[in-house]
Design a binder for this molecule. Sequence first.
Ligand SMILES: *[C@@H]1O[C@H](CO)[C@@H](O)[C@H](O)[C@H]1NC(C)=O
Length: 169
Amino acid sequence: MLLVYHMLAAALFQIFSISGNWVLAKNINFYNVRLPLDPTPFPNSFKCFTCANAVDNYNCNRWAEDKWCPENTKYCLTVHHFKSRGRSTSVTKKCATRNECRLVGCRPHRDTGHTECVSCCEGMICNVEIPTNHTNAVFAVKHGQRTSGGSSKTISIPLLASLLIITLL
Ligand SMILES: *[C@@H]1O[C@H](CO)[C@@H](O)[C@H](O)[C@H]1NC(C)=O
């Protein structure tokens, strides 16, 4: 299933209350993607927008696959490859290890010579944007991130508390 479908499902109320045609418009707010409470494969698991050589950022995010990142990864990586005169580009996004994220920044590509900017971020589907210059081609580690691990803990504490009360009674 596509990652964006989660957002569309979460926005069903808006679709019915406003109008049906904004879904088809080219302005999906990818920051608004709400993930369903599907089972997490392991603690602190997360997702990234994932695509390979998309024509632009919109098409990368729009058709991004919806799957959990492998357990050995910790970040979301984005590669923005500029082609002839910045007109057409290529966007690649994926889950990444800390080692892969050491490549952040902008530099000429080894083979093509075209500029390539790489950025990394930490957190649930944090790689919405693409790096365009040295200002945003960075390694952004966030605190207070949207991960799946926290919510399961907040559910289990009241549960444990009520079990304790029941036991004491
Ligand atoms: C870098 O790119 C961002 C977004 O395109 C832009 O707002 C910013 O001004 C750019 N910074 C430099 C130093 O070119």
